[in-house]
Write a protein that binds this ligand. Structure first.
Ligand SMILES: [Zn+2]
Length: 170
């Protein structure tokens, strides 16, 4: 098998387009979980993924999806690696990904705590402004800490009265 740069780019492109099982409007590239896609000399595609929210059981599905799509595209040998360091944070969601969330009525996460920063002694719910993805009002309130999946919480806008989901920052 001839390994070319073009092949490697194609493999990366295919892996990037795989949707996130929990937030299907986002690709793995939007989510920032795809760390690397390499094509080794023997033609094996090695895709490295970093898991997201520890409470989200989506990682196994993501790995299987990436492997299946690459095999469908003609790459017979696929290896999926898990990269835990550095750990994923919601800051890795790309600007395009944040825009797509908003377009789907989901509020994107705010900035995550800086790595190595001070650790709060009391674990209280994060207090910050969550903007309504529909009307842009900051007059919102959390109605449930957990939405359909543990990576999201449920909010309500006091201005337009619409409920919406919010992707938590971690
Ligand atoms: Zn609103």
């Amino acid at each position: 098998m001839v390994t070319t740069l073009r092949d490697a780019r194609r493999a990366r492109h295919i892996a990037e387009q795989v949707p996130d099982p929990e937030l299907p409007m986002l690709s793995l590239a939007d989510l920032g979980v795809l760390r690397d896609v390499e094509l080794t000399e023997d033609g094996t595609v090695v895709a490295s993924l970093t898991p997201t929210y520890s409470g989200c059981p989506a990682m196994a599905e993501m790995r299987a999806d990436v492997a299946a799509r690459l095999r469908d595209a003609g790459y017979a040998r696929v290896e999926i690696r898990t990269v835990l360091d550095p750990p994923w944070t919601s800051d890795w969601i790309t600007p395009a990904g944040r825009r797509k969330l908003t377009e789907h009525g989901i509020a994107p996460p705010g900035p995550a705590a800086p790595p190595g920063g001070p650790v709060p002694l009391v674990l209280s719910p994060t207090r910050h402004t969550v903007t309504c993805p529909r009307c842009g009002s900051a007059n919102t309130e959390e109605t449930s800490r957990f939405a359909a999946t543990s990576c999201k919480s449920l909010w309500r806008c006091r201005a337009c009265r619409e409920p919406f989901e919010y992707v938590k920052e971690i």
